[in-house]
Design a protein around this ligand. Structure first.
Ligand SMILES: Nc1ncnc2c1ncn2[C@@H]1O[C@H](COP(=O)(O)OP(=O)(O)OP(=O)(O)O)[C@@H](O)[C@H]1O
Ligand SMILES: [Mg+2]
Length: 374
C-alpha cells in the first residue's frame, strides 16, 4: 500500500531523489543489516552500500553506477574515517550522482547539499538567521536557520559539497576546523549552547571538476582533511552502451514517450562519444579530440533529445538524422574548431565504416554538417 502511494507521489516529480527511487532496496538492506556491526550513525553496512551502488543479482538490487568494486570500496571506507571524501574528475563522469547514491544509502538523505560557486557564503554553509525572530527573541535556536552543514552535524548525516573548488578559498576554509574538530561554534548563542558537536554519521562528500577552476586551488590544509578519489570516464564501450540505453529508456518511460531507440542508434551515439572523448577509434586510429567534453552524461542527453525530436516530429523511431542534429548542439559549445574536428571524424571514420546504419549516419551528416564539402 505505502510503496504504491509513494510511486504515485514521485511520478509527478521531474527528478526524484535516489532514496525515493530506490526506497524498497534501501529498506531491504536496512532490515537485513539491523543487527550487523556498522560504522556509527550509518543505516547499513559498508558491504551493503557497495552492493547498493553496483547492484546485486541475489538481492535484486539494480546497478546504479558503472565502476570497479575496488574504487567504490575505497570511497566507502573513506566515508567511515574522520576525513571527508573528495571526488574529482572530468565533467559528466557521475561525481554528483555517485555522491547522491552514497548519501542516500548511508544516511537515507541526499538532500543536504551546499552548491559551491563564486557567490557561496559562510551563511550558505553553516547557518543564517530569521531576522524577524532575531529582532523579537534575540539569537536563539528558534531564530536560527540551519544550513546543510549544521543539519548534517546535528542529525548525524552526510553532507554533499558540490563543486567545492569554485568557492573562494576563505569559504572553503570554513570547513577546516569542522572537519578536524567535528565542532561548529555559534558565537551568537549563550555560553551553554555555543558549541555544536557533530553526531556520529556526519561527514562530507565534496565534488570538484578538473575542467573548472583547478583542484590545485584548494588550500593544502583542506586537502589534508579529505581522501581524494578520481572518477574516470567509462572505459568499456559495451558497458557505456548498456548504461546509456538503460538511462535513456528509464527517462523515456517516465515521460511516457513510446519512441524506439534501436541498438544500431545506440551504437552510433555511444561510439561517437567514446571515440571523440578518447581521441582514438575503436580500431586504434588516432583522431583529434574535441575541446568540448564528450561525457557519458552528454551522450544520454543527446540520445534523449534525439528521441524527443523523433517523437514530437512524427517519427516512430530515432533516425541517424535526429542523432546528427542533436549531436551538433551538444558538441559545438567551446570553440569553432570543434566543428572541423566533427566533420573530420565523419569524413575519416564514419564514412569508411561498414553497415547500413553507419552509412545512413554519414549521409545524414552531409546535410547538417556539410561533411562532403571539406
Ligand atoms: N560511471 C557511470 N555510472 C553511472 N552513470 C554514469 C557514469 N558516467 C556517467 N554517467 C551518467 O552521468 C550522469 C550524471 O552525471 P553527473 O552530473 O553526476 O556528473 P558530474 O561528474 O557531477 O558532472 P559535472 O562535473 O558536470 O558536475 C548519470 O545520470 C549517468 O547518466
Ligand atoms: Mg556534478
Amino acid at each position: 500500500m505505502t510503496s504504491k502511494k509513494k510511486k504515485v507521489d514521485i511520478e509527478s516529480l521531474q527528478r526524484p531523489s535516489v532514496e525515493m527511487l530506490y526506497a524498497d532496496e534501501i529498506a531491504l538492506l536496512i532490515k537485513q543489516d539491523k543487527d550487523k556491526p556498522k560504522p556509527m550513525g550509518w543505516q547499513m553496512t559498508p558491504d551493503s552500500v557497495v552492493k547498493f551502488v553496483l547492484g546485486d543479482k541475489k538481492l535484486d538490487l539494480k546497478p546504479k553506477f558503472v565502476g570497479t568494486r575496488r574504487f567504490i570500496e575505497r570511497c566507502v571506507v573513506a566515508l567511515a574515517t574522520n576525513r571527508g571524501l573528495m571526488l574529482i574528475g572530468e565533467p559528466g563522469t557521475a561525481k554528483s550522482y555517485l555522491s547522491e547514491i552514497f548519501t542516500a544509502a548511508i544516511s537515507g538523505d541526499s538532500t543536504l547539499i551546499v552548491q559551491g560557486s563564486a557567490g557561496t557564503t559562510e551563511d550558505d554553509i553553516k547557518y543564517s538567521w530569521n531576522y524577524a525572530l532575531l529582532l523579537s527573541q534575540g539569537p536563539t535556536p528558534a531564530s536560527m536557520v540551519p544550513a546543510p552543514l549544521h543539519d548534517g552535524m546535528s542529525q548525524g548525516k552526510l553532507v554533499r559539497f558540490e563543486e567545492i573548488t569554485r568557492c573562494p578559498l576563505e569559504i572553503q576554509d570554513t570547513l577546516l576546523s569542522i572537519l578536524s574538530d567535528r565542532v561548529m561554534t555559534i558565537p551568537e548563542f549563550e555560553e551553554s549552547e555555543k558549541t555544536l558537536y557533530a553526531q556520529a554519521g556526519f561527514n562530507v562528500i565534496a565534488t570538484a571538476n578538473t575542467r573548472d577552476r583547478g583542484v590545485n586551488e584548494m588550500s593544502a590544509a583542506l586537502k589534508r582533511r579529505f581522501n581524494f578519489e578520481t572518477v574516470h570516464p567509462i572505459q568499456n564501450l559495451k558497458q557505456e552502451r548498456a548504461l546509456v540505453q538503460n538511462e535513456m529508456q528509464r527517462r523515456l518511460d517516465r515521460a511516457g514517450i513510446p519512441v524506439r531507440f534501436s541498438d544500431d542508434a545506440t551504437e552510433l551515439l555511444v561510439t561517437t562519444f567514446h571515440e571523440l572523448r578518447q581521441g582514438k577509434t575503436m580500431g586504434g586510429q588516432a583522431i583529434e579530440k574535441m575541446s568540448t567534453v564528450m561525457s557519458t552524461a552528454e551522450a544520454v542527453e543527446v540520445g534523449y533529445a534525439s528521441s524527443l525530436h523523433a517523437y514530437y516530429f512524427g517519427a516512430s523511431s530515432v533516425k541517424p538524422d535526429h542523432l546528427v542534429d542533436n549531436l551538433i548542439g551538444a558538441a559545438l559549445k567551446e570553440n569553432e574548431d570543434d566543428l572541423k574536428k566533427l566533420r573530420l571524424y565523419f569524413n575519416q571514420v564514419v564514412k569508411g565504416r561498414k553497415g547500413d546504419h553507419w552509412q545512413a549516419y554519414y549521409k545524414a551528416s552531409k546535410g547538417s554538417l556539410g561533411t562532403d564539402k571539406s
